[in-house]
Design a binder for this molecule. Structure first.
Ligand code: ADP
Length: 329
């Protein structure tokens, strides 16, 4: 399965929810669509699912233009943020829903439902109604329902956002395993960078209706396109453009703190605070010359003396510790 979007746009009144998206999701990849709330992620998913029509642009699945294809014929399964389970149907009825629509014979239907409930760990709960299930269980029913008709593409709209933190971490790992076991290609919408990086092997960063950058998690962290993307990905050690220019850099510049090492002739930092993280020490440092605060970690044995708040700490900053970003953003 490969999905190609070209110039896809959708507005609501004056709001350009999706504003000219070009994106290729290659075969066999889990892609996360990552961006802050309101940037157009759900709208983009609904356009792919056929629940909305684009104002402009084309969406192709395996080379076929989807415009004339109704949602139920697109071979696309969708899991919604609020799960949208049918309250009057039990678990088995919910999972079988798409199969009934597609007129699967009764026996094959029952076998497929059993197989999926087994896969998502809900065997034995066939007769429960949605309101008799926990949030995590409802989420699994929604997933099983979307997967039942063997979609060639699964769309997940913030499927974990209604769950508490612990359950979310657990289900993130579970979902990653399940998608790879079942060999389903998925697009996963989230505003949570950790979730995106844990689940996806490609990440498309979205802002204001557009895709800003699409790459592997490693490449995004290594070379975010601009300051906004860097900050959104949680890279905090960023020198803004104006300050960076005084240091001779052409644009906002990231400092890779993990590349700094103690050196008596190095750059002068002041220690703001120090605390223990596992077997490391973490220092909050400030560079008066660069007007930059940063967190830096070291093994205690790397340091001749262990500095404390108010002390000076000198670190060598190699050339490859700087990444200069594009000016806009
Ligand atoms: P996200 O999923 O990234 O949070 P959405 O796709 O839900 O973003 O929304 C993108 C923008 O489009 C927002 O400004 C939102 O208010 C607007 N929007 C989405 N759906 C509708 C709608 N049905 N009617 C009017 N505005 C909408």
């Amino acid at each position: 399965m490969s999905l190609e979007l070209e110039g896809v746009a959708r507005r609501y009144g004056d709001v350009r929810a999706v504003d000219g998206v070009d994106l290729v999701v290659a075969r066999g990849r889990t892609t996360a669509l990552l961006g802050p709330s309101g940037c157009g992620k759900s709208t983009l998913l609904r356009l792919v699912a056929g629940l909305e029509a684009p104002d402009a642009g084309t969406i192709r699945l395996d080379g076929r233009d989807l415009a004339p294809v109704p949602p139920q014929r697109r071979g696309v399964g969708m899991v919604f943020q609020d799960y949208a389970l049918f309250p009057h149907l039990d678990v088995a009825g919910n999972v079988a829903f798409g199969l009934v629509e597609q007129r699967w014979p009764k026996e094959r239907r029952a076998a497929r439902v059993a197989e999926l409930l087994e896969a998502v760990g809900l065997h034995g709960l066939e007769r429960r109604r949605p309101h008799e299930l926990s949030g995590g269980q409802q989420q699994r029913v929604a997933l099983a329902r979307a997967l039942a008709p063997r979609p060639s593409l699964l769309l997940l709209d913030e499927p974990l956002s209604n769950l508490d933190r612990t359950l979310r971490d657990e289900l993130t790992a579970e979902l990653a395993t399940l998608l790879s076991d079942l060999d389903v290609q998925a697009i996963h919408v989230t505003h949570d960078q950790n979730e995106a990086f844990a689940l996806a092997d490609r990440v498309a960063v979205m802002r204001d209706g557009r895709i800003v950058q699409e790459d592997t998690p490693e490449a995004l962290i290594d070379a975010p396109r601009d300051a906004w993307t860097a900050r959104f990905l949680g890279l905090r050690e960023l020198i803004p453009a104006t300050a960076a220019r005084t240091l001779g850099f052409a644009g906002p510049t990231l400092l890779r703190v993990e590349r700094l090492r103690p050196d008596p002739d190095g750059h002068r930092f002041e220690v703001r605070s120090r605390h223990v993280v596992g077997s490391d020490l973490e220092f909050v440092l400030t560079s008066p010359d660069w007007n930059l605060d940063l967190r830096w970690r070291a093994r205690p044995r790397e340091l001749a003396e262990i500095p404390t708040a108010g002390d000076e700490l000198r670190l060598r900053v190699p050339d490859d510790a700087w990444t200069v970003l594009e000016v806009q953003g």
